[in-house]
Design a protein around this ligand. Structure first.
Ligand SMILES: Cc1ncc(COP(=O)(O)O)c(C=O)c1O
Length: 382
């Protein structure tokens, strides 16, 4: 029988104010790629302290145009296999070759030492992911990029509001991308954004999201402007709507509150689960501020992880797995992707699981998860 109570692993929080903002745009005459989208881009740039923002219809689209804007041909891009497939797909959309580097044992982020080992004459970029909201070892990655003249793209889909050495994630790489999917820190339904301090890349991304057209609809609309335009790149239609942007602007005002709530809940988990046998808890390195998109724990190899997750779910706790490594899925296997020499990824991926964490959760919810996790470890271990 399905449990009466089911706590999902992530959930958006949309209030009356958000809804009013969306409705007011819907009642207006301009609902796609207008002033609200610009306002949202400016607001995100201000928050992460970056110059140019390019809003798009998903984090996946943001990754696609970020890579496309680099104009790479027949190149290799080093990335992590321990991510959502979108990270790797964006490399494939652009006819480039993803090359996997292993992850670190503590944060599950890409390991700079292994990046060095995976560099070849064809490497042109590193696409690193701040797993669960914990920033990567960015200084080490930047050093490698400078030594080998590589572009850096930061997939910060999990890390809006995270900090590295006292600075918000958003201006470390050549381009950083965010996702505004409902489980993320702020939502626009679907949505994403690229941010950069490089005007040339920003211009290219702006064109790429809009069919390759060199002038926006706002720039061609009224009698003061000409209707004409040119198509300069092979573009996509990744435009964001203004009602999504209105939701984004309104959500962004609450981001700091959401981050505080996530941190409080994560700290409560850590306090209550500390010392539980068979369980390793997530870390936060001293030079970072974790954005706590996910709270993941690691099970002892003695416990069957999949059985454990199923048992939690049958008890109403929406535990899940982030992530089966990309190379384990059918599509990639068929294309000849191999796990290769990635011992840490292989080990972590078998043992990791995600517990529910979202700002609307209460401490009571956390206590309930903690009790059920402990009880289940007891049952499966005895
Ligand atoms: C690490 C990572 N990158 C990219 C994406 C893609 O974002 P979106 O779902 O907005 O397309 C996700 C989505 O979950 C993600 O987790």
């Amino acid at each position: 029988m399905a449990p009466r109570y089911f706590l999902p692993y992530g959930l958006h929080w949309i209030d009356r104010e958000d809804i009013d903002q969306v409705v007011s745009v819907l009642k207006s005459d301009w609902i796609v790629m207008g002033r609200k989208v610009e306002e949202f881009e400016e607001a995100v740039c201000k928050y992460v302290n970056c110059k140019y923002g390019i809003a798009v219809n998903s984090g996946t689209s943001a990754l696609d145009i970020a890579i496309a804007s680099l104009g790479l041909k027949k190149a290799e891009v080093i990335t992590t296999p321990f991510t959502f497939v979108a990270t790797v797909n964006a490399i494939l959309f652009n006819n480039l070759k993803p090359v996997f580097a292993d992850i670190q044992k503590d944060t599950y982020n890409i390991d700079p030492d292994d990046i060095r080992k995976k560099i070849t004459a064809k490497t042109r970029a590193i696409l690193y992911v701040d797993f669960a909201g914990h920033p990567c070892d960015i200084a080490e990655i930047k050093e490698i990029a400078e030594e080998h003249d590589l572009y850096l793209i930061e997939d910060a889909a999990h890390a809006l509001g995270a900090e590295y050495r006292g600075k918000k994630v958003g201006s470390f790489a050549d381009i950083t991308i965010f996702s505004f999917h409902p489980v993320k820190h702020v939502t626009t339904g679907e949505g994403g954004m690229c941010v950069t301090n490089d005007k040339r890349l920003a211009d290219r991304m702006r064109i790429l999201r809009n069919h390759g057209i060199d002038r926006s609809a706002l720039e061609r609309f009224d009698s003061r402007h000409s209707w004409s335009y040119d198509v300069r790149l092979l573009g996509r239609n990744y435009r964001m709507t203004d009602f999504q942007a209105a939701l984004g602007v309104s959500q962004l005002r609450k981001l700091d509150k959401f981050l505080r709530k996530r941190r409080e809940l994560a700290e409560t988990y850590t306090k209550k689960l500390q010392g539980t046998p068979m369980l390793t808890l997530p870390v936060e390195k001293p030079n970072v501020k974790h954005a706590w998109h996910l709270y993941t724990v690691l099970l002892d190899p003695m416990i069957d992880r999949n059985g454990f997750v199923s048992t939690l779910r049958s008890k109403g706790i929406g535990a899940t797995v982030h992530y089966p490594p990309v190379y384990t899925f059918t599509f990639y296997k068929k294309r000849g992707f191999k796990s290769g020499d990635l011992p840490v990824t292989k080990d972590i991926a078998k043992r990791v699981l995600t517990l529910p964490l979202f700002p609307r959760m209460t401490k009571r919810d956390v206590n309930r998860v903690v009790d059920i996790v402990k009880e289940t470890i007891g049952e499966l271990h005895d």
